[in-house]
Every structure is written in structure tokens, then in C-alpha cells.
Ligand binder design. Structure first.
Ligand code: RFL
Ligand code: PHB
Length: 392
């Protein structure tokens, strides 16, 4: 089999790229090791930046998001038993975010890929990338028990943090930066109405909590937990008690409890691999970088990476020039590092750090106090949360 771009991974980055390339008249084949239901069913991101929402609309797959997504014009910080609102719209000249789950985005991307006949191969195992530093790279994989070969001109590594693409770049070329946080997030989904019409990020002495949602009848809550905690340690009652305490006296008592139907623990990490290109291989999304979820940036970064990558490939096929391809890594990384900075900062501001003494705690309180009393500081938060522009 032969194509122009072999895309490894059918998560948000891989499928969005397949759609973008198709729109630009560039052929691709997506190879995904897991099943379609597995990838689409993972409970992950919930907040789309304007640029991500606009991308879905421009690809003709924004219909359900427009009808069912919840547009939020602000967010809230619970601290010192009070709720403080950050008005994105007023602070940024009208920008908003859309609450629409990653599993819904995946369902829309898959349905539209089916309709358009985009080749997406689920169950492609043992993927290996070859000759990436030549003009004729190829990919080998097992499918239905047979080893197969896909010849291509470029490979897009959209295969997440544990994929093969980044690992195919020689260690002498790749530089990685990493920060691992000393806690995790326990997340639950429950069929109960959200406690508030917008998200609430809570800084509490017992640790961080986040009240989010998937719809007007489905809530998503997260609480900071120890890395050694297991899901079995957290009964629903214990989760709800902790959520209520951490959200503070203002909103805690209004939380509607109910049985959770998903409960998981995720570690928090910041990670960047540079460069995001080696020869004919280009990395995008979690394959190149991870952010702690506090800033809601992971899925959005995957979307903006593939916007830039599709532009570079389209420019290459139109002009046969290497210029845009050569610029991809620097251009993407400039935006990635700003999102890394914001996600790190928002995590440091709102979490309890086990090693912190009284000094760090007081500094955190002073910063929260400053932000909540300064319009300039709130604008910085708002501008980063709704998403920075994609620079040329
Ligand atoms: P993905 O989604 O990990 O997809 C990669 C795909 O590649 C496949 N794969 C392979 N395929 C073939 N061969 C191989 N060798 C392969 N190895 C891997 C995998 O099976 C998979 O299908 O990466 P992608 O596409 O870059 O997308 C990234 C996003 O999924 C991720 O950044 C977000 O979910 C992060 N995230 C959030 N992002 C936001 O923008 N807003 C949020 O509110 C938000 N909340 C979250 C989050 C992530 C979380 N967790 C669990 C990590 C909340 C949580 C709790
Ligand atoms: C979510 O709803 O899953 C969510 C929302 C905001 C975040 C992280 C996760 O910052």
C-alpha cells in the first residue's frame, strides 16, 4: 500500500490531521493499534478552546458540538470559602471556551471519517517506522495476523506519550524536558447535574478540586490525591465528602451526589520533546508533549499542532519547497511552551505540595489574593485559558 502521509495513532491529533489533509487534497492512511471503541471511549478532556471549536466547524463536523456543547464565558476559583469569577469574555474581548467531551469529539471525527471514506485502520499492531531520514520512508505493521507495509512520503507521529514515533528519533537528536508532580488526579463521572453552570477550580488546604461537567445532567469532578492511592481506596461517599469540603462553604453544600460510573486516577506531568521533527517524521500532540490537566490544554495543543503541520504539508505539496516543513517544529514549540508554562503555573497555584512549608503556602495565598484583586492579573489568566493565537 502507498500513501502520501502515514499517520500513526487515531486519537484527536491523528484523526484531526487526517481530516485536515483530506481537505487540502493530501492522501493519508491512519494506523491505530487499539480498537475504535477503546480510543473513542476514553474519558479525558472536556474543554475546547475557541480555535479547536472553530477547527471542528471548518471541517464540517461542528454540528453536534454547536447543538450540545456548553459555551462558557468564564470560570471560577474557589478559595478561602468564596467563589471568585474570572470573566473570559469581558477580559479578552469576547473569547469563550466550549465544554464538549473528548469522547464526543472522537465520535464526530470517526463518523465523518466513515462518511468520507478516510482510511483508518484499527488494530494495526507492532508498528515500526523505517528510513525516516530518507525521501522514501515506510511503515510496517501487523494486521489480522499478517505483516504489512505502507510506503509514504511523510510520517506523522500522533501516537501519544507511549507511542513508537518519538522513540524512533535517535537519542542523540532528541532533547526532553520533564517535570513530574508529587500527586495525581482522581476523576469521577456521575449522572447528576453540575453544582454550577461554569467550572470551579478549588484551592483548599486538603488539596485541589475541580468541578466540571459533560452536560447539564452529567458532572465530572476531580480531586488531587496521593500518587500511592488506588481507585479502590476511594468509595463514592469518600469522593463526594472530599469534593464538598474542598469546594468550600459557598458551593460545597449544593453538590448533588450520585453513583459514579467512571472513576480513575491520572498522574500529572509536564513533558516536552524537541525537536518535533526528524527527517520525514513529524510529531504532534501528546507524542511530543504532555501538560498537567489543570489548564485544559492537552487536546487543544494536539489540535493546534496538526493545524500547523497540515499547513506545512500543504505548502510543501503546493510549492515543493521545504521551508514550511523546516519551520514546523519551531513554530509549534513556541506555542507549546507557552501552554506548558500556563499549565505548570496554574497547577502550582492551585495544588497542595507535600514538601511545601509555611513560606510556599503563604506565597501561594498572596498570589491568589493578588490575582483575584487585579484585573490585569485576571486578564493574563483569561487570555491563556481561552487559548493563545497561532502565530505565523
Ligand atoms: P492520544 O489521545 O493519546 O492518542 C494517541 C493514539 O495513538 C495510539 N497509539 C498507537 N497506534 C499505533 N501504533 C502504536 N505503537 C501506538 N501507540 C499509541 C493510541 O492507542 C491512541 O489512540 O494522543 P493525541 O491524539 O495527541 O491527543 C491528546 C489528548 O488525548 C490529551 O492531550 C488530552 O486528553 C489531555 N487532557 C485534556 N486536554 C484538554 O485539552 N482539555 C482537558 O480538559 C483535558 N483534560 C486530559 C484531561 C487528559 C487526562 N488524562 C487521563 C491523561 C483530563 C485527563 C484526566
Ligand atoms: C474535564 O472536564 O475533564 C476537565 C476540565 C477542565 C480541566 C481538566 C479537565 O482543566
Amino acid at each position: 500500500m502507498r500513501t502520501q502521509v502515514a499517520i500513526i495513532g487515531a486519537g484527536p491529533a491523528g484523526l484531526l490531521l487526517a481530516h485536515l489533509l483530506n481537505k487540502a487534497g493530501i492522501a493519508s492512511v491512519v494506523l491505530e493499534q487499539r480498537s475504535r471503541d477503546y480510543v473513542a471511549g476514553r474519558v479525558r478532556a472536556g474543554v475546547l478552546e475557541q480555535v479547536t471549536a472553530d477547527l471542528l466547524v471548518s471541517l464540517g463536523i461542528g454540528e453536534r458540538m454547536r447543538n450540545e456543547g456548553l459555551v462558557h464565558t468564564g470560570t471560577n476559583i474557589a478559595w478561602g470559602d468564596r467563589l471568585h469569577r474570572i470573566d473570559f469574555s469581558a477580559l479578552t474581548g469576547g473569547s469563550t471556551v466550549v465544554v464538549y467531551g473528548q469522547s464526543e469529539v472522537m465520535a464526530d471525527l470517526n463518523a465523518s471519517a466513515d462518511e468520507m471514506g478516510l482510511p483508518v485502520i484499527f488494530g494495526a499492531e507492532q508498528v515500526q517506522l523505517h528510513d525516516l531520514d530518507t525521501a522514501r520512508p515506510y511503515v510496517e505493521y501487523d494486521f489480522e495476523g499478517v505483516r504489512r507495509r505502507l510506503d509514504c512520503e511523510f510520517v506523522a507521529g500522533c501516537d501519544g506519550f507511549h507511542g513508537v514515533a518519538r522513540a524512533s528519533i535517535p537519542a542523540s537528536v532528541l532533547k526532553t524536558y520533564e517535570k513530574v508532580y508529587p500527586f495525581g488526579w482522581l476523576g469521577v463521572l456521575a449522572e447528576v447535574p453540575p453544582v454550577n453552570h461554569e467550572l470551579i477550580y478549588a484551592r483548599h488546604d486538603r488539596g485541589f478540586a475541580l468541578a466540571s461537567m459533560r452536560s447539564k445532567t452529567r458532572s465530572r469532578y476531580y480531586i488531587q490525591c496521593d500518587l500511592s492511592d488506588r481507585v479502590e481506596d476511594w468509595s463514592d461517599d469518600r469522593v463526594w465528602d472530599e469534593v464538598c469540603v474542598r469546594l468550600g462553604d459557598d458551593v460545597g453544600p449544593s453538590v448533588v451526589r450520585g453513583p459514579s460510573f467512571e472513576k480513575s486516577i491520572a498522574p500529572l506531568r509536564s513533558f516536552v520533546a524537541e525537536p518535533m521533527r526528524w527527517g520525514r517524521l513529524f510529531l504532534a500532540g501528546d507524542a511530543a508533549h504532555i501538560v498537567p490537566p489543570t489548564g485544559a490544554k492537552g487536546l487543544n495543543l494536539a489540535a493546534t499542532d496538526v493545524i500547523m503541520l497540515s499547513q506545512a504539508l500543504a505548502d510543501h505539496y503546493a510549492t515543493r519547497s521545504e521551508r514550511a516543513l523546516d519551520r514546523y517544529s519551531d513554530r509549534a514549540l513556541a506555542r507549546v511552551w507557552k501552554a506548558e508554562r500556563f499549565s505548570w503555573w496554574f497547577t502550582m497555584l492551585t495544588h497542595r505540595f507535600p514538601e511545601d512549608g509555611g513560606f510556599e503556602h503563604r506565597i501561594q495565598s498572596a498570589e491568589l489574593d493578588y490575582i483575584l484583586s487585579s484585573e490585569a492579573a485576571q486578564r493574563v489568566l483569561a487570555e491563556n485559558y481561552v487559548g493563545l493565537p497561532i502565530a505565523d
